[in-house]
Design a protein around this ligand. Structure first.
Ligand SMILES: O[C@H]1[C@H](O)[C@@H](O)[C@H](O)[C@@H](O)[C@H]1O
Ligand SMILES: [Fe+2]
Ligand SMILES: [Fe+2]
Length: 285
């Protein structure tokens, strides 16, 4: 036990040094999974093993009821304050801080980029689905991390593709061809993604936000597509249009992680007003 935690401290320290002395190129120093924290590797090992088509169908069913809580957006953000995302190699901050960093980065560029205010709001709430962790998820592996389609071949472009070899679907001929259970260009609407905070928050926000915002929330962790373009064969026209927005959003989600921690109390009034414009006081989770 003691030896275990000692080696954990050593691993973390080594990771810290590797990151600290890696040449700082603002873009290249993010998502460097070749020098990942041990918690990140462990997370993806479990995620890739357990996210099967069957699991996704059951999780969607379980969480689409929205019977887990009834609360407001800011309340939800505060609840997320304690959560540290084990899959994230780039931030040690809590999730409320990450959400505010993303929103603030979008706000700073809003005029220049002509972002509507819902884009800023999307930054604020995009990771709120991580509350799943407190609502009966099985661990962090079904809450955080990059997402990918299930029911068809796992792309080699997904982080740690080798871990898919312990997923039973990897060996199922109905699921391991290029299209698997899907048709060419069927649209991501018709594709089942690994279950996690994106899909859950999409369900929670569905009644309240414009389609573009919902699309960003639903696919923001789909790096296999928005970064690697590995699933274009499943996309339709609408996906191509919408995916541009996801790419734009991603640079604010990712690169704001190096900004200074936000002053939560100072920012609260602005965001409460913005939240009120789109959401009622309390919503179903
Ligand atoms: O580790 C991160 C984190 O969990 C993010 O919230 C998610 O959107 C990313 O895809 C993932 O790489
Ligand atoms: Fe996320
Ligand atoms: Fe995020």
């Amino acid at each position: 036990m003691l030896a275990g935690s000692f080696s954990q401290v050593c691993d973390d320290w080594e990771h810290f040094l590797q990151r600290k002395y890696k040449p700082v190129n603002p873009v290249e120093s993010f998502r460097t999974y070749d020098i990942a924290k041990p918690s990140v590797v462990k997370l993806y090992k479990e995620q890739h093993q357990k996210q099967t088509l069957d699991f996704v169908i059951r999780s969607r069913q379980k969480f689409s009821q929205l019977d887990k809580a009834h609360m407001g957006i800011w309340e939800a953000l505060e609840m997320l304050n304690e959560l540290k995302d084990e899959s994230d190699n780039d931030t040690e901050l809590s999730q409320i801080e990450h959400c505010l960093q993303t929103a603030e980065a979008l706000k700073r560029n809003a005029k220049k980029e002509r972002f509507d205010d819902w884009m800023i709001l999307t930054g604020l709430i995009h990771d709120l689905g991580k509350l799943l962790y407190y609502f009966g998820a099985e661990g962090q592996w079904d809450v955080v991390g990059d997402t990918f389609p299930v029911g068809c071949r796992f792309s080699e472009k997904i982080v740690y593709p080798e871990f898919f070899k312990s997923n039973p679907d990897y060996y199922n001929p109905a699921y391991n061809s290029l299209y698997g259970i899907y048709k060419a260009n069927c649209g991501l609407d018709n594709v089942l993604m690994s279950f996690g905070h994106d899909e859950y928050m999409y369900m929670v926000a569905e009644k309240y936000l414009p389609q573009e915002a919902l699309y960003i929330i639903r696919y923001h962790s789909f790096y296999g597509q928005h970064r690697e373009n590995a699933y274009t064969h499943l996309m339709n026209e609408r996906d191509h249009e919408m995916m541009k927005l996801v790419k734009t959003f991603n640079s604010y989600d990712l690169y704001s992680k190096s900004d200074a921690p936000p002053d939560i109390t100072k920012l609260k009034p602005y965001y409460q007003t913005l939240i009120r414009k789109y959401f009622p006081d309390k919503i179903n989770w």
